[in-house]
Design a protein around this ligand. Structure first.
Ligand code: F6P
Length: 546
């Protein structure tokens, strides 16, 4: 396959980076009254305004041409069809099948996966029903009103983010806790707050071998037994979410208490599978189904909408434009909705574990920047923390601003103030303030000419900082499902253009292996050779711990 950088379409964009890519957004808006309608669109309950990104008609056309040259749509169709596009792991990538409806579309090795998906969803539904009705009781006969999800990465971040985002939909009286960190503090603090008689532990791990999760699960089980329960009681209080039946059995969870998913569900794309059980337990089955339905709406849009209107496609291409052609290193996710306060953490894994790669599908090093550093915080909190750098720092950081038009908590004029900030920040980032404008404002405010000259450079904003605004009427299970799917597909598109495998994660392996090798050295044993720094730190820790 031709290297990306040798494609004429790639080089056309490189040329455009020096012309259109340098244009100031202020000028682009001044020149074109239609810019907002030209560069915005709607799908699955989300309105997306990308008119404040650094694109022009020519750039959009060139990006779409690059997408065609890179075979993005063909790769999308291969993903939906069940081809093993995760080549380094030899797996299909079929999270879309978890929320699909149409039979015969998603085939793994010629076999439709939908019947299995439906069967597992129906087991989950029935289990939720039994927990909610109190039919499934704990060992002392009490209903289980509390869930402790033990998992990490994709077996934690999605369920945490969604249960927080949909807190207004939580069933009355239900409580959910998430334990992920191997730091004993995480589990210990959680155990202090729960009642073993009314708690269901959900051990969530695709592989059922992850050190953190297994350690926490074993400790939780030991604690449960210490509280007076017997081995036989474990079955009533522990369920597993996994692809690894043998691992679940070995841990001591009866496989009839196991909810399955499949190797074609990537960890960071798994909240729609059995991994979503804690979500369904918290918000109820109907709401969980609405979440899937919302995602399906976005899937359909991504699969069928013409390229010019296809929002995940366009946003993924704009990400490539900003990152690979305009050299922007980071990407901020800024939800103006307190319930979405874990969205950035969730997207850090979704995006950075997917696109933080530096070799192409065939193993050759890429010669262009790929995945950006993702970070963020709920607005308006971030404004009082890191926005200074976004407005006036030396790096240009594209930002996503997200907001619901309606709040679940319409308290006084809070939401109007929140929305005013949601609108003002992208406007400020786009327009900026020239030094002349800053000087004029200072003079108007009573400063003398010398003072205005001295302060104006500090009060000037370069502007031309790209933002995408994503607006929805309200954060509901359906609009949230659509939003997550929008990001999933956008990440897919960027990865496909970069010719990297967005679905493996070899980069997390080395650290895990070394941690396993070091562990004995912290528990009185001996270990391998280390660099002087690591050896010095080990010696120091051991000395401190006596
Ligand atoms: O951090 C690496 C990783 O493999 C993630 O991709 C995954 O989501 C997480 O660990 C947890 O894995 P598992 O669900 O197998 O415990």
């Amino acid at each position: 396959m031709t290297a990306r950088t040798e494609l004429p379409e790639w080089n056309a964009l490189k040329a455009l980076a020096g012309t259109d890519g340098e244009r100031h957004l202020r000028d682009l808006f001044a020149e074109d009254e239609e810019r907002f309608s030209r560069f915005s669109g709607e799908a699955a309950g989300l309105f997306v305004d990308y008119s404040k990104t650094r694109i022009t008609e020519d750039v959009r056309d060139a990006l779409l041409a690059l997408s065609r040259a890179c075979g993005v749509e063909a790769r999308r169709d291969a993903m939906f069809g069940g081809t093993a596009i995760n080549e380094t792991e030899g797996r299909a990538v079929l999270h879309v099948a978890l929320r699909a409806q149409e039979e015969g579309r998603h085939l793994v090795e010629g076999r439709d996966v939908l019947p299995d998906v439906r069967a597992e969803l129906s087991r989950m539904e029935s289990f939720c029903g039994k927990i909610h009705s109190g039919e499934h009781k704990g060992h002392t006969g009490k209903p289980l009103d509390t869930v402790v999800n033990i998992g990490i990465g994709g077996s934690d971040l999605g369920p945490v983010m969604v249960t927080e985002a949909l807190a207004p939909y939580a069933l009355k009286g239900r409580k959910v806790h998430f334990v992920s960190n191997v730091d004993g503090t995480h589990l210990a603090e959680t155990l202090r707050r729960i009642d073993p008689e009314t708690t269901l532990f959900v051990v969530a791990s695709k592989t059922f071998t992850t050190q953190e999760t297994m350690t926490n699960a074993h400790s939780a089980r030991a604690w449960f037994l210490e509280q007076g329960a017997s081995e036989d009681d474990v079955a009533k209080h522990f369920v597993a979410l996994s692809t690894n039946e043998e691992g679940v059995r070995e841990f001591g969870i009866d496989t009839s208490n196991m909810f399955r998913f499949w190797d074609w569900v990537g960890g960071r794309y798994s909240l729609w599978s059995a991994i979503g059980l804690p979500i369904a337990l918290q918000i109820g089955w109907t709401n969980f189904e609405s979440l899937l339905l919302g995602a399906r709406g976005m899937d359909e849009h991504f699969r069928t909408a013409p390229a010019q209107e296809n929002l995940p496609l366009l946003l993924g291409l704009i990400d490539v434009w900003h990152r690979s052609f305009l050299g922007m290193h980071a990407h901020a996710v800024l939800p103006y909705d307190q319930y979405l306060h874990r969205l950035a953490a969730y997207l850090q894994q979704a995006d950075m574990e997917s696109n933080g790669k530096s070799v192409t599908m065939n193993g050759t090093p890429v010669s262009y920047p790929t995945g950006a550093i993702v970070f963020g915080e709920a607005g308006t909190n971030g404004q009082h923390a890191f926005y200074q750098l976004i407005h006036q720092g030396t790096d240009v950081i594209p930002c996503d601003f997200l907001a619901p038009a309606r709040s679940h908590n319409p308290l006084g004029d809070h939401h109007e103030k929140l929305l005013a900030n949601f609108l003002a920040q992208p406007e400020a980032l786009m327009r900026g303030r020239t030094e002349d404008e800053a000087r004029a404002e200072l003079i108007e405010g009573g400063a003398d000419a010398a003072e205005a000259d001295r302060l104006a450079p500090h009060k000037a904003f370069p502007g031309n900082r790209p933002t995408v605004s994503i607006l929805t009427e309200e954060i509901t299970p359906a609009t949230l499902g659509a939003l997550i799917a929008l990001y999933e597909h956008r990440i897919f598109v960027a990865g496909a253009v970069w010719d990297i495998n967005s679905f493996d994660q070899w980069g997390v392996e080395l650290g895990k292996t070394l941690a396993k090798a070091i562990l004995p050295e912290l528990t009185g044993g001996t270990g391998g050779a280390h660099d002087a720094s690591t050896a010095g730190l080990i010696a120091r820790i051991n000395a401190s711990r006596g």
